[in-house]
Design a protein around this ligand. Structure first.
Ligand code: URA
Length: 216
């Protein structure tokens, strides 16, 4: 795991398998099917890392040989919250890893003129005492990510209960996010160079939603 001195709460998961798969996702000649498979695979690898510090408790079980107090994850079920629509490509992978997780949805689109997020859907499970993984592959301007965290914090979820998981981030977006939510941890596979005039991440991978769903 790598850190950038400018962004204390940003964690870059630079595992060779993650980097290798991301390179194939960036390639414009990669098919929709392969893109989708790679996003799922990367999310499994990233999910393994970000769940490393989940609190454990014990439960008493009986193996064929002995009664033991064995470790299990403590507390209520995790909540995975994809930011629609590209976040779905990551929540699928996370749910393979944590099949009992609850799932919320936050639908936000970017107004093409103002680049500000416009919310069109919020559906969340019971929130009290849970941990949340918000996911959206591209953290570009940071506005949607900030908005998604606001949605949870307005419902009394605390910073420590939230992890934001993205695939690729732009420094501009991480700056915006960090100013709004300095205590929310962000995990990414890559911190790219910059945003272009259309708020696309450079070099990036293009429109993640279009590449994931085969739309244009
Ligand atoms: N959203 C995307 O899908 N790609 C970008 O580069 C920026 C925002």
């Amino acid at each position: 795991m790598k850190q950038d001195p400018r962004f204390p709460n940003l964690h870059i998961l630079d595992h060779p398998l993650i980097q290798h798969k991301l390179t194939h996702m960036r390639d414009k000649n990669t098919s929709t099917r392969t893109f989708r498979e790679l996003l799922r695979e990367i999310t499994l690898l990233m999910g393994y890392e970000i769940t490393r510090n989940l609190p454990l408790t014990t439960t008493r079980i009986e193996t064929p040989l002995q009664v033991i107090d064995a470790p299990i994850i403590a507390g209520k079920k995790l909540v995975v919250v994809p930011v629609l629509r590209a976040g779905i490509g990551m929540s699928d992978g996370l749910l393979e890893l944590v099949p009992s997780a609850r799932v919320g949805h936050i639908g936000v689109y970017r107004d093409p003129q103002t680049l500000q997020p416009v919310e069109y859907l919020v559906r969340l499970p019971d929130l009290s005492g849970r941990h949340f993984i918000l996911c959206d592959p591209m953290l570009a301007t940071g506005n949607s990510a900030v908005h998604a965290v606001n949605v949870l914090k307005q419902r009394a979820v605390t910073d420590e209960q939230i992890i934001f998981l993205a695939l690729v981030a732009a420094p501009e977006g991480i700056t915006v996010f960090q100013n709004a939510h300095p205590d929310v941890k962000v995990y990414v596979a890559a911190l790219d160079s910059h945003l272009n005039d259309h708020a696309y991440i450079v070099p990036g991978l293009g429109d993640a939603g279009d590449r994931l769903f085969g739309t244009k």
